[in-house]
Design a protein around this ligand. Sequence first.
Ligand code: TPP
Ligand code: SF4
Ligand code: MG
Length: 302
Amino acid sequence: MKVTPMNSRYIDKFNHHDLMNPGHLGCPGCGATIAMKFALQALGDKIIIVIPACCWGVIAGPYPQSALNVPVLQTAFATAGAAASGLRAALDMQGDTETTVLSWAGDGGTFDIGFQSLSGAVERNEDCIFVCYDNEAYMNTGVQRSSATPYGMQTTTTPTARWKNTAKKNIVEALAAHRIPYAATASIGFPEDMIRKFEKAQKIKGGSRFLHVLAPCPTGWRIGSEMSVKIARLAVQTNVFPLYEVAGGITYTLNFKGNREVETYLKNQGRFKHLTETDFARIQQMVNTEWELLLRKADGSV
Ligand SMILES: Cc1ncc(C[n+]2csc(CCOP(=O)(O)OP(=O)(O)O)c2C)c(N)n1
Ligand code: SF4
Ligand SMILES: [Mg+2]
């Protein structure tokens, strides 16, 4: 099995010119905001960002103010894939093949309402980077469940004892099935790995690249604002959110092997506080099943 080592040289980048201004409108500790900061550090300023309706549509601030020092095209909730495709075509017609088109959508705008637009774009193999910052619910409108919401989570549409009792959709698998050049997961708890993947995605030109970024939301996950990065690390260390890459939709590379118990991850978050030991055991089993399948894919045995 191939395991890509972490590389501390990316840490040096954290002191470079920042393309995000202080004073954004995200909640304190917002993982989606931290994710954007790392993405911009990797991608530089030769980019245009497409943002559908989501928290990030608000975080940058109202025009003419902006927390972002790069151009942004705000678009309708369902249309990030189509808007990014149109933008790419316009740039190409101007002879600008250098500017990177970055689609930056939440899990609702990727897994759910934005899925057909994204699927259409990657089926055409549009030359764009498509990012899903995943906070596992519709946060901007008050924490409603999405198909990225994990088993066991309470949201405002899966409240109290009616917590979500179906599994999270495997979006990377769905994108890999389109056989795009590059798909990968990343976590704000592993900045070096995340920056490396954004740099890699930018270098693979001429086709679609997809990055699924775990971005904890203190408000919806009911955690302290200082916990975002720690929880994002624990998600990887418990194999709840494995770090891996898929080349051409077929070749899997694992970047990290977790060995901690899932309960460590769950019990630190208010959104799971109603779960019992039996529920923890069930979720551990679900995580083990997915993890073993992933190991076999990385081994090439499936
Ligand atoms: C067609 C349409 N339906 C509903 C909305 C309201 N709306 C705006 S943002 C949002 C939730 C977005 O969720 P997600 O994509 O996960 O991003 P997050 O807010 O969690 O960052 C919804 C339902 C909308 N803007 N357009
Ligand atoms: S609700 Fe969550 S995702 Fe939205 S700005 Fe606040 S912390 Fe970030
Ligand atoms: Mg969301």
